[in-house]
Each structure stands twice: as C-alpha cells, then as structure tokens.
Design a protein around this ligand. Structure first.
Ligand SMILES: CC(C)(COP(=O)(O)OP(=O)(O)OC[C@H]1O[C@@H](n2cnc3c(N)ncnc32)[C@H](O)[C@@H]1OP(=O)(O)O)[C@@H](O)C(=O)NCCC(=O)NCCS
Length: 154
C-alpha cells in the first residue's frame, strides 16, 4: 500500500461526517504541503496582479496529486466549494498549497485546500486562499470507481 501520509480515520471518512470547510483564523496551515511555486510575472493580468485563476489551477493540481494518492489511481475534479480569496498574491511570493483530507466516500475524496504565500520568499506566511475540493476516482472509461478504503500503514 502506498504511504498517503493520512491517518486511518481519515481514510475511513470518520474524521468528519461532513466537510468542515477551511479554517478561518488559523495561524498555521491546515494539512500537508502538496506543492510550492514561485509567482512569476507571466501569472499576472495587465495590471500586474496575480490571476485568481492561476491560484485555482495550483489548488486543483495540488488537490489532484493528494487525491490520486488516496484513491490509488486516476481522479477528476467534480466540485469546488467555498473558495475565498483572502489576500492578494504578488510576483515573487512563494505560493504553497496544503491539502487536508476531509472525507472519503465510495468514489469521492473531499479535501480542504489552503494556499499560503511567503512574501518574497521569506518571512511570515499568510493564508491567501482556501476552498473545499471534491475529486472522484474514475476508471479507464471515465466512470466513477470505488476505491479501497483499507488503511495503509503510516
Ligand atoms: C465526476 C464524474 C465522473 C461523476 O460522474 P457521475 O455519473 O455524476 O457520478 P455519480 O453520480 O455516481 O457520483 C460519483 C461520486 O461523485 C460525487 N459527486 C457527484 N457530483 C458531486 C458534486 N457536485 N459535489 C460533490 N460530490 C459529487 C457523488 O457524491 C459520488 O460520491 P461517492 O461515490 O463517494 O458517493 C462526472 O461528473 C464527470 O466526468 N465530470 C467531469 C469531470 C471533469 O472533467 N473534471 C475536470 C473539470 S475541467
């Protein structure tokens, strides 16, 4: 079994019966670091602001990597809920995505995803965006696939 880094209760969907949503006032990122990237000028609009769509793309990719591990195979994004852009991201910020398993179903995986920015690559991290993403494990024909709920040893 692959090491997902998630506790057994998480994989059983027991951690929370329903999605809890992102933390609102946490000073620490929720979950595990899933990706880290530098915000570049090419990620901005003509006014020089980082695109929200670029951040959403990072979240989708980070979530997909985590959900793929949990599902043991291919997943697709089925829903994005409660996305909130709390702070701007600037060129030169290091942008980190953290994922935390909220629940698993028969074929679905729900993750809290938080984006934190380290301003100009150093100093204090600030939470800039958070959302709840749901992914569905699919088979080769693109149909929902039940994945094993057995817990890997962590
Ligand atoms: C994801 C997809 C395979 C689901 O197919 P479906 O026939 O609707 O599947 P089902 O109704 O059997 O639902 C499958 C699971 O998805 C969950 N689900 C479906 N719609 C959902 C939604 N809007 N929000 C949260 N979960 C949802 C169901 O609860 C179910 O979870 P479970 O198996 O853990 O109980 C299909 O909708 C699809 O291919 N969507 C496009 C995915 C895609 O292209 N993503 C990239 C976007 S650019």
């Amino acid at each position: 079994m692959p090491d997902t880094g998630y506790a057994s209760d998480d994989l059983q969907g027991l951690r929370a019966a329903e999605p809890q949503g992102p933390t609102l006032d946490s000073q620490e990122p929720r979950g595990q670091l899933a990706s880290r990237l530098l915000a570049m000028p090419s990620d901005t609009n003509p006014k020089g602001d980082i695109f929200g769509g670029w951040i959403m793309s990072l979240m989708d990719m980070a979530g997909k990597m985590s959900a793929t591990t949990v599902a043991g195979g291919r997943v697709v994004t089925v829903a994005v809920d409660r996305i909130v852009f709390r702070q701007p991201v600037n060129v030169g910020d290091v942008v980190c995505c953290y994922t935390d398993l909220v629940r698993t179903g028969r074929s679905s995986i729900t993750l809290s995803i938080e984006v934190w920015a380290m301003r100009q690559g150093q100093g204090v991290r600030v939470k800039v965006t958070d959302a709840v993403f749901t992914f569905v494990a699919i088979d080769d024909d693109g149909r929902p696939r039940a994945f094993a709920q057995e817990t890997p040893s962590c």
